[in-house]
Design a protein around this ligand. Sequence first.
Ligand code: IFM
Length: 437
Amino acid sequence: MNFVRSDFPPGFLFAAATSSYQIEGHGSGGAGPTHWDSFAATPGNVVRAENGQRACDHYHRWEEDLDLMQAMGLDAYRFSTSWARVLPEGRGAINPQGLDFYDRLVDGLLARNLKPMVTLYHWELPAALADLGGWRNPDVAHWMADFATIIMTRIGDRVFSAAPINEPWCVAWLSHFMGQQAPGLRDIRATAHAMHHVLTAHGRCIQAMRALGMKNLGAVCNFELAHPADPSPDAAVKARLYDGIYNRFFVGGLFKGTYPEEVMEGLSPHMPKGWENDFDLIRSPIDWFGINYYTCKRIAPAPEAWPGFSEVEGPLPKTQMGWEIYPDGLEQILTWLQRDYTGALPLYVTESGMANADTPQRPDTARIDYLDAHLAAARRAVAQGVPLKGYTFWSLMDNYEWALGYEKRFGLVHVDFETLTRTPKASYHALREALAR
Ligand code: IFM
């Protein structure tokens, strides 16, 4: 790795990230069913119909996993809490084993000098709430704020930071318009409702956590630079629309209290009643903003109903996901966000990493190069005045890559999904050396 800690500002945090359903093993510890369990059990949705019932069995092996992060020299760990582990029906009766698990985890992190960075929701909605319409139902904001109060009453006094929702675009658009993630809908009305309700839920959770006296609350969104696939004016218009849906909708709501006009051209007729009145809630003040960045997209016009675009394969080298590797995009996103949206607000890269067809025997040099190039892009943004305070690697270990099952390996640590043996990869060792220098 071509960096040392002193290349970054004093106090800069290096972290690794995971999420509950992707690693814990949802079948253990009394957790209730989630919409990911039913989505995965429906043929055609997930590669080999794999689910998160066992995953990495982190529920039982968390100490080993925390030891690995400590030995790597990380400063922080970004993890998520499973709503259905704490409240198996989404509301009502609490599963005490769920609260105890996150309590142990937080204490285990602090004992190892790792700062706990918590995300309340990373996609596994309790099935009982999905039955009530899930993200389409405006009450989801209240259900989630109640969950936030319950889990944070137990661990909120010891966490370093908290954010309500990971990647609103995935929760709303990918899952309700593209149908590629649970609940697998392809419905524009459901999408419009979900796009707005992820933000009202965000606001209610921020207010619930503030009411508990918590500090260092933020939001985490994902970003992709959208390039027109060809030089035509049509391609430029469609790339701008993709950018509006993916990148500007959520930060528009969070920081400006507006949604992009070109996005509303398609969504307006389908929005929930009274949506225009929710922006004070959505703009509840936050203390930091998190950026998940992996790739860029090439967007072409497509002869179909709004939004009428399609993704076209680009020329750059690709990861195991087929995603182009474009580190400059991270620098551009960070400088754009600071200039147009976040100003002096502290920023964190909350996810960065690549999938690669790793084996424990073969060094993952591609991942070392990928991370080196993206860390260099982050440094260039810092040099331009972006108040970046930390960088988080996705992911600590290989895990359940949602609809793509266990095949796509994002980990710094290899997981053998038969034996559950963890083996640190070359990228883990390279980062450990860099962080110790
Ligand atoms: O695995 C996911 C994660 O759950 C959310 N951000 C992107 C990752 C890679 O696809």
